[in-house]
Design a protein around this ligand. Structure first.
Ligand SMILES: [Zn+2]
Ligand SMILES: [Zn+2]
Length: 147
């Protein structure tokens, strides 16, 4: 996306250092917490919250960062300059790109809709809500959101 197209962005974001910026022309398809240990390690936070976008709606400047594949079928990218987590892509969720809510400028408007991997939630972490909780993966719910 050229700078002149930025007015079309409904969601924007950036990494910690600002070298990488994110622009999305569509609202997320789904927003979720993930309590899995992988997401904890990627974000360094006790729970991750991420937004699922149609990958054709999102652009990264100058690029999507450095790719890391630590688990088969999962590709994550990190800002080449500061290492902020930027994206996650899952072979079993084609066409979607997952972005941590915390790096998006509109995070306050992007409330999660459900919890994934509730069975891995840290026992001292209590989030008091009535959202649906998936004991393990929420991939079926996420795939449905893309339809
Ligand atoms: Zn996870
Ligand atoms: Zn950065």
């Amino acid at each position: 996306m050229k700078a002149s197209d930025d007015t079309a962005a409904v969601i924007t974001g950036r990494c910690y250092c600002g070298a990488t910026t994110i622009s999305a022309t569509q609202a997320p398809q789904a927003i979720a917490y993930c309590h899995c240990s992988d997401c904890r390690r990627v974000t360094g936070a006790p729970v991750a919250a991420f937004a699922a976008f149609d990958e054709t709606a999102v652009t990264f400047s100058p690029d999507e960062g450095r790719k890391v594949v630590a688990n088969p079928g999962v590709t994550r990218t990190f800002c080449s300059a500061c290492g902020s987590p930027l994206t996650g892509r899952y072979d079993y969720l084609p066409g979607q790109v997952y972005i941590a809510v915390g790096i998006l400028d509109q995070a306050n408007d992007l409330a999660p809709q459900f919890h994934g991997h509730e069975s891995q939630r840290l026992t001292w972490l209590h989030i008091d809500d009535d959202l649906e909780r998936f004991a393990t993966t929420s991939r079926s719910r996420l795939a449905d959101a893309a339809k």
